[in-house]
Every structure is written in C-alpha cells, then in structure tokens.
Design a protein around this ligand. Structure first.
Ligand code: ADP
Ligand code: MG
Length: 462
C-alpha cells in the first residue's frame, strides 16, 4: 500500500509506466491523438510534473482527460499524487505552428469532412487570411480573442453563446472566421455553419414562400457550431427573430456552440426582443474596441510585411496617428501608400505617404498640434497647472478647463478617446466623450463660450 516501500522510480521508468497505464486506460486513437507527446519532467513535493507539446493539448487534457490521467498517475506512482500539466515552449521556427509531432495526429480526413460540410452548407467561402495567427492582439481586443479561441477549441463547453460586439471595421468577421478555421481543423468531427444574419433572414423568407420550413429547420438544427455574423440586422424582423429564438434554444439545449457578432451590445440592438437579448447574455459578451496607437502600429507592421513592402517607421506612425477608428481604413491607408510607391517607382517615405493620402505636402494631417501645446494654451487661459488637469480634483475651476482641453485634443489631434483619457490621468473613454459633448453643446448654445473655444483652438494651432 504505502509508497515508501516501493523503490523510487526514475524519470524514464515513470514515463514508461505512465504510458503503459494510459494505453490501458483510453482507446488507441485517443492515446495516439492526445498522449503521444506527454512526458514526465520530474517529481518533487508538489507532485508529478508532466509536459505536453502545446497549450492546446494541455487544455484539452485538463478538460477532458483529467480522470484517465489521474488513474494512470495513481497506477504508476502507487499513490494519489497531484500532477501538474505544462506545455513546452513553442518551437523556435514559426512560433504559432505546432511541432510536426503534434500536427500529425490531427486526422486529415476528419478536417476534410468538416470542410466538406462547411462548403455544402455555408454560403460563404472563408477568407484564408482571417485566422487567429493573423489577428493582432492588443488591450482592446484581448478578451474577445481569448474567448474566441476557447470556443474554437472546446465548442459548447466554455462560453455559450459567445457574443462579440464592435463597430464596423474592428474585426468581427475576421474573428468569427478565425473560429471557423480553427474548429474545422481541430481534429474532431464538427458541423460548422457560418453565415450573415441577412442570409438567415433571406433563407427563412424563402422557406416560408416555398413551404419547406422543415428543411430550413433541419439545416440549422443539425449543426455543432453556428456562427451568425451581424446579428443586429435582425432588428425590425419580428418573424425571423421568433424563428431564430427557436433555433437558438434548440442548439443551446443540445449543448451546441453559438457565436454571434453585432455592431452593438445585445441590449442596444433596437427592437430586439427581450427574450433574445437575455439569451444573448447567457454566455459571454466581449467587445472588440478601437485599437490604441501601439496596436494600430502593430497591425500596420503586419500588413506591410504581408505585402512584402518596406515601410519606414515614421510613415507607419503617420498612418497610425491619422486613422484611429477603423482597422479596415487603416489597412486601406497603408495599401494606398504601398500601391502609390509601386506605381511611381519610388520607395516609401514621409513625403510619398503624404501625397498618397492627400495630405498637405510636408505637413502632417491632424496631429499638427500636440497635446502639450493644448495643455499649455488651456492652462494659461484659465490660470491652472497641467498637474491639476491630470489630477483627480473635480471642482468646477479645474473640471471646466480639463473638459475644454479634452475637447481641443479631440478636434486638433488624431488621438483616440482612450488616448486622450490617458493624457488626463488615465480617465476612461466615456469620461472623455462626455466632456467633449458637454463643451460642444455649450459652444453651440452659448455664443461667447463658442467664440472662446474657437479662439483657443486658433491659439493652440499657432
Ligand atoms: P467587421 O466585421 O467588424 O466590420 P472585419 O472583420 O471585416 O471587421 O475587419 C476589417 C479588416 O480589418 C479586415 O481586413 C481584418 O482582417 C482587419 N482586422 C481587424 N481587426 C484586426 C486585428 N486585430 N489584426 C489584424 N487585422 C485586423
Ligand atoms: Mg463584418
């Protein structure tokens, strides 16, 4: 019984015993698929340390094979030792790619069956570029990406539904398709269906017209993972909402994964029925918000590299400062610059970028006025200190100049709301937005105040 009577096995013995126990405990395909890379890294008073080739396998084993592992550990150590699973650091070449030993057990035929189903049922072709690897991660999208990855790796098990919302051009379609790509080649049989909610509406109407609603239902209820892009387009479509409600319930109750995207949070979709709103919030609501400056730069670097173009850092910065609310436009701007350079056979530099983007030669676009200049002008006019504007005090004598400075920062620089907040003691974007709106409204209603704002604006630009 007692382990102390047993000679302490060395690492390779442990390894052999563990694998022997596992082979006995799970089926051969399971063993080959999931345990081939399992290794014993050592033992200490915390228990047995095990490694596998990558985080995916680690999570999969912890989620689905904890019990067989526990039994096997017990069989090979003779006790209920704790064990710890860790994934090995990624291979040096190509950080995102799994080593060959891990890729091989994913049955190719399964992936191709999955793809076949997808092609036969979804009316879109997935964009090959819309993968997780190509999705640049930053503070404003990290949660959404982590959730999307979890959902792709373990459909129906983590967040259900996953509801992703964000304004146009911030990556909703990219993220949903990345889930599709990953799920299709996950090594499990999965019926994945991806469509725009417009397609759902159109097919529903057609099904009613042709009297084959049963076939329609059959199609949507036979899937393991349903991804509906732009669900906000169900606004004002009462009957379709009703139908979608039933589809949702059917899939949800069967433990199937549902992923939705929308241009606003569920509760803000106009005329969306309450019972749908509440269901959409059962899982996780994650936002894709506009990326900050650093992330925009990272995205630009990625896009330039993809296009095999040499783009100097100062040009990237110009573009990142200039386009701050929409990643599609960000892509468009760098594409324009690269295209223009190829057209006129000149390497990309600041001057060329200005020409390509239609900015005044030599000048930069909006960021002519720096935040420092604005702070300086505002502080001088109101007789306050920069530190006051950045501090927490809310007295009117500080709050008004602070709001004015935020307003000027918005109209004179290319900074995003979040970045402006950063210059004022880390205030969040809603506070900044509130300040800007307040000043704008007052300027429109109160003529002398409006004039003062115009004066300050002119002074800051001098
Ligand atoms: P949406 O569906 O929200 O309107 P898309 O998914 O169509 O936005 O994204 C617009 C473009 O921006 C796409 O080309 C997409 O690849 C790109 N994009 C969006 N977010 C990112 C990101 N985080 N990293 C890299 N590219 C991105
Ligand atoms: Mg989209």
């Amino acid at each position: 019984m007692s382990t102390t009577e047993l000679p302490v096995p060395n690492q390779s013995e442990l390894h052999a015993r563990l694998h022997e126990a596992l082979r006995a405990g799970v089926t051969k395909p399971q063993y080959e698929l999931w345990f081939a890379t399992l290794d014993v890294a050592g033992t200490d008073d915390e228990g047995l340390h095990l490694t596998v080739a990558n985080p995916f396998i680690r999570d999969w084993l912890s989620t689905y094979y904890a019990e067989p592992l526990r039994v096997a550990v017990r069989a090979c150590t003779g006790s209920d030792q704790a064990f710890h699973l860790r994934s090995l650091p990624a291979h040096d070449s190509g950080e995102s790619e799994a080593p060959a030993a891990v890729r091989s057990p994913v049955p190719e035929d399964l992936a191709s069956t999955n793809r076949q189903y997808f092609q036969n049922h979804s009316d879109v072709v997935l964009n090959e570029k819309y993968t997780f690897d190509n999705f640049v991660v930053g503070p404003t999208n990290r949660l959404a990406i982590a959730a999307a990855r979890a959902v792709a790796d373990a459909p129906g098990k983590s967040y259900n539904p996953l509801f992703v919302h964000g304004k146009v051009g911030l990556g909703k379609t990219h993220l949903l398709q990345a889930i599709c790509h990953q799920a299709l080649r996950s090594g499990r049989a999965l019926n994945v269906l991806y469509l725009s909610s417009e397609t759902f509406v159109n097919q529903f109407i057609a099904a009613i017209e042709h009297g084959d609603i049963d076939r329609f239902r059959h199609k949507y209820r036979g899937v393991d993972m349903l991804l509906v892009d732009d669900i906000h387009l169900l606004a004002n479509k009462d009957r379709t909402q009703e139908e979608f409600f039933h589809t949702f319930n059917h899939l949800y109750n069967a433990g199937k994964q549902i992923v939705l995207s929308s241009d606003s949070p569920a509760a803000e979709i106009p005329t969306l029925k309450d019972r749908l709103v509440s269901r959409f919030k059962w899982g996780l609501e994650a936002e894709l918000a506009a990326p900050g400056f650093e992330t925009r730069l990272a995205i630009l670097r990625r896009k330039a590299k993809d296009r095999g173009a040499e783009v100097p850092e100062n040009v990237m910065q110009l573009v990142a400062e200039h386009v701050d609310r929409n990643i599609r436009e960000l892509e468009g701007a760098i594409t324009k610059v690269i295209g223009y350079s190829q057209l006129i056979h000149r390497p990309v530099d600041l001057e060329l970028a200005h020409q390509a983007l239609g900015l005044q030669p030599g000048g930069s676009l909006r960021p002519v006025t720096g935040i420092d200049r604005i702070l300086d002008v505002v502080c001088r006019h109101y007789g306050v200190k920069v530190g006051d504007l950045q501090g927490r005090r809310r007295t009117q004598s500080i709050a008004l100049p602070r709001q004015v400075a935020m307003y000027l920062a918005r109209s004179l620089t290319a900074l995003s709301l979040e970045e402006i907040g950063g210059h004022f003691g880390g205030r969040d974007h809603s506070t900044v937005l509130y300040a800007i709106e307040k000043i704008r409204t007052r300027g429109a209603e109160d003529q002398p105040f409006g004039q003062l704002m115009a004066d300050l604006e002119a002074r800051a630009q001098r």
